[in-house]
Design a binder for this molecule. Structure first.
Ligand SMILES: *[C@@H]1O[C@H](CO)[C@@H](O)[C@H](O)[C@H]1NC(C)=O
Ligand SMILES: *[C@@H]1O[C@H](CO)[C@@H](O)[C@H](O)[C@H]1NC(C)=O
Length: 211
């Protein structure tokens, strides 16, 4: 897809999102509680920063909190971008996607499993730019339920997609290398990141057909 096409689909999706939801309507009013993002963290804001994370698996639609996808829809990583008046050109941002139900929602022994981690995303990012193209990929996109995962993988997994602002632009965002048992809080503490600025949750049905 050309950058121009991406720009158009993102703008169309965004304008339709705003017109359907209305800018003033909060997510809490429109979606079930279980589908909200990290409620206790996000609720710590008096005023939510005006930064929106767009995660788009299809050309004509981006994830709305709580959407469920099949395995075959998520083989390729989504198109991910950031938009908002509170993105600062001088700052850098971190995007992380974690499966909080690995290996399965009943016994999530491996929680959290990192599926994507991009740091040093420039604050001047445009809607037609993918975070990975204007940042540094720390963990490349990891397709859900790849062969080397465990046979016990099943159920519907929740994938949290979060954005943090770096305290120092250009800092070396470090990561201990274990994509399983990843602690978001530890990662945030070690890298001095603070609360998430934006986030979106989608789910993947691991019982769906993968081809
Ligand atoms: C939020 O950011 C968007 C994109 O930059 C902008 O169009 C919109 O006016 C901003 N909203 C507020 C309330 O500042
Ligand atoms: C990041 O790490 C590299 C290599 O270890 C080092 O040369 C560089 O100074 C570090 N940058 C910052 C901003 O700490």
């Amino acid at each position: 897809m050309s950058p121009l096409a991406i720009f158009f689909f993102v703008s169309i999706t965004i304008s339709s999102l705003f017109s359907t939801l209305g800018v003033e309507v909060s997510y809490q009013d429109t979606i079930p509680y279980e589908n909200t993002i990290m409620a206790p963290w996000m609720d710590s804001f008096d005023k939510k920063p005006n930064v929106t994370l767009y995660v788009c698996f299809k050309e004509d639609s981006c994830v709305v909190n709580g959407d469920t996808f099949g395995l075959k829809d998520t083989i390729e990583g989504p198109y991910v971008t950031l938009i908002g008046s509170e993105l600062n050109e001088k700052d850098h941002y971190v995007y992380v996607c974690v499966d909080i139900d690995a290996d399965n929602p009943r016994k999530p022994y491996a929680k959290n499993q990192v599926h994507w981690l991009v740091a040093n995303i420039v604050g001047s990012i445009q809607p037609y730019q993918h975070v990975a193209d204007v940042g540094k990929t720390v963990v490349p996109y990891l397709q859900p339920h790849k062969d080397f995962f465990y046979k016990g993988d099943y159920g519907t997994h929740r994938y949290y997609n979060l954005v943090f602002k770096q305290s120092i632009a250009g800092q070396n965002v470090t990561f201990d290398g274990d994509v399983r048992h990843f602690s978001v809080r530890k990662f945030v503490r070690e890298n001095n990141l603070g609360y998430p600025m934006a986030g979106v949750l989608y789910k993947i049905d691991y019982n769906s057909k993968s081809d």
